[in-house]
Design a protein around this ligand. Structure first.
Ligand SMILES: *Cc1c(COP(=O)(O)O)cnc(C)c1O
Ligand SMILES: [Zn+2]
Length: 428
C-alpha cells in the first residue's frame, strides 16, 4: 500500500505523488490538493532527527539533515496573568533550555526539510525559492547543510535576513531583486527562472510538503497534550500555517486517540495590513481590492513584515476562507503597540524573546481573553511562529550569504531579463 495519495479538495480526484505535483489536472476553479495518508495512526518516531519524528504524516520518502522541531510546553506564568488554566505554547525557534533547536528562529524551518525531502535524492534539477526573509533563511540553511542546490531570490532590502551560524556551502545561490523591488518582484523573477530547463518552483501553499511540515506544530501539541486543542492562535500573512494546523487537527481526529476535532482557528493580522481580517469579518470570500499604492502604504506601517503577503491563498478551495468556515474560526486585527506589549510580557514572564509576528498572535489572545471568546479551562495553544532570534544572535557568530547576481526592477520586468538571467544561471 502507498504511504499516501494526493486528493483535490474541489473535485475529489486522487493522484499518486510524482514528488512535484502542485495542482489538479482537471479544468475547474483553483483548489488545493491535500495529502491523504493510508495509515491513520500517528507514531512519533523519537529516534528520527528533528521534525522527521513526525514522518508518518509527511509526504516524504527519505529524511535529510535538520535539527529543529516544534516544542510544546505548558505556560505557568503567562497563563496565570491571563487567568487561563490550560495555555500551551508551541515554540518554534531557538531556546536551548527548552530543547528548541530551530536555528533560523522561525517555523519556516519546518517547511524546508519536508519540501526538500519530498524531492527524490537522484533529482538533478534545482529548486527555486522566492522569499522576503524567514523562508529564504530556512531554505538556505537546510540546503547548505545537505548540499542541495538552491536558487534563492529575495528583494535586496532583505539581504540581512539570510544568515547562518555556519558559512554557506556554494550549492546555495542568492539572486537579488535590487532596491525598489519588493517581495512580489522577487516572486516574478523567481517564476521567470523556473521556466528555464533545469529549474523547478517550490510551490508555496500549493506544495503539500510545505503545509504538512508546518502542520507538525499541531501534531506536537496534540501529542504532548494528549488531545486536540480547543483553540489555536497564530499570526498570518499567507495563512498557510492556519490551513496546515486545521489539516493536522483533522488527522489527529482520524487517529482516534486525541478526541474529536472542534479546534477553533484564531488568526491574526498586523493593523493596518488586515487584508484577510477585513474580508472574514464580512464573511466575504473575496479579498478587498486594495491597489498597489494602498497596500504598500499599509505595509510600511506594520512591524511584522513577514505578515505582508499581498496574495494570500484566501479564496482558493481549501484555502483560508474554507478553513475558517470549517473551524468556525475568527480573525483579529492587532496593532504594533499591542504586539510590543505582548512581546515584552512574554520575555519577562516566560524568558525568551519573541518574533514580532508571535507578538501579533499573543496580542490576539489578549483580545480573546478580554472579550471572553475563550473559556478559562479550555485547551488553548499559541503558535509562537518565531522566537529566540535575539538570543541566537548573542550566542553565535553569524555568516551572511554573498549575492551571486543582482537584477534591477526594470530588468526584472523587461524582455532582456530572460537573457540576463540565463547567462547568470549558466555559471551555476
Ligand atoms: C511566515 C511567518 C508567519 C506567517 O505564516 P503563514 O501561516 O504563512 O501566514 C508568521 N510568523 C512568522 C515568524 C513567519 O515567519
Ligand atoms: Zn480537481
Amino acid at each position: 500500500m502507498k504511504k499516501y495519495t494526493l486528493e483535490c479538495l474541489h473535485c475529489g480526484a486522487r493522484y499518486e505523488d510524482d514528488s512535484f505535483r502542485l495542482k489538479c489536472d482537471i479544468d475547474h476553479k483553483p483548489s488545493l490538493l491535500r495529502t491523504v495518508y493510508s495509515n491513520k495512526k500517528l507514531t512519533v518516531r523519537e529516534n528520527q532527527i528533528g521534525m522527521f519524528k513526525f514522518m508518518d504524516f509527511l509526504p516524504v520518502s527519505r529524511v535529510i539533515q535538520n535539527k529543529g522541531a516544534p516544542v510544546t510546553y505548558k505556560s505557568e506564568r503567562l497563563s496565570k496573568i491571563l487567568g487561563l488554566k490550560n495555555l500551551y505554547i508551541i515554540f518554534n525557534g531557538y531556546w536551548p533550555e527548552k530543547k528548541a533547536m530551530i536555528y533560523t528562529a522561525s517555523f519556516k524551518e519546518l517547511e524546508a526539510p519536508s519540501v526538500l525531502a519530498r524531492v527524490p535524492e537522484d533529482n538533478t534539477n534545482t529548486i527555486v525559492v522566492a522569499s522576503a526573509g524567514n523562508t529564504g533563511r530556512a531554505f538556505a540553511n537546510i540546503c547548505s547543510i545537505n548540499n542541495i542546490p538552491l536558487v534563492l531570490v529575495i528583494p535586496e532590502t532583505s539581504i540581512a535576513e539570510i544568515w547562518s551560524s555556519r558559512p554557506f556551502n556554494d550549492c546555495v545561490k542568492l539572486i537579488l531583486a535590487s532596491a525598489g523591488s519588493d517581495y512580489l518582484d522577487a516572486i516574478t523573477l523567481a517564476s521567470k527562472i523556473t521556466e528555464f530547463e533545469g529549474f523547478f518552483p517550490e510551490g508555496g501553499e500549493a506544495n503539500v510538503a510545505r503545509r504538512d511540515g508546518m502542520a507538525t506544530t499541531v501534531l506536537d501539541a496534540g501529542h504532548k497534550i494528549g488531545q486536540i486543542p480547543d483553540h489555536y492562535f497564530q499570526a498570518v500573512g499567507s495563512g498557510t500555517g492556519g490551513i496546515a494546523a486545521w489539516e493536522s487537527a483533522l488527522r489527529l481526529a482520524e487517529d482516534g486517540s486525541y478526541g474529536t476535532n472542534h479546534m477553533k482557528l484564531h488568526l491574526a493580522q498586523n493593523y493596518p495590513f488586515t487584508l484577510m481580517t477585513d474580508a472574514w469579518k464580512l464573511r466575504e470570500k473575496n479579498l478587498p481590492n486594495w491597489d498597489e499604492h494602498e497596500s504598500k502604504e499599509k505595509i510600511r506601517q506594520i512591524n511584522a513584515i513577514v505578515l505582508s503577503n499581498r496574495r494570500p491563498p484566501y479564496s482558493i478551495t481549501g484555502g483560508v476562507f474554507d478553513t475558517l468556515s470549517a473551524s468556525n474560526g475568527q480573525m483579529y486585527s492587532v496593532t504594533n503597540r499591542e504586539a510590543e506589549e505582548a512581546m515584552e510580557l512574554f520575555e519577562q514572564q516566560e524568558g525568551c524573546d519573541l518574533h514580532p509576528a508571535s507578538g501579533i498572535a499573543l496580542g490576539a489572545l489578549f483580545q480573546a481573553v478580554k472579550n471572553q471568546q475563550v473559556g478559562k479551562d479550555e485547551i488553548i495553544v499559541l503558535n509562537a511562529t518565531g522566537g529566540g532570534e535575539g538570543r541566537f544572535k548573542r550566542d553565535f557568530h553569524l555568516h551572511y550569504l554573498p549575492p551571486f547576481a543582482k537584477l534591477t526592477d526594470k530588468e526584472i520586468n523587461s524582455q532582456e531579463a530572460a537573457k540576463k538571467i540565463e547567462s547568470v544561471l549558466k555559471n551555476i
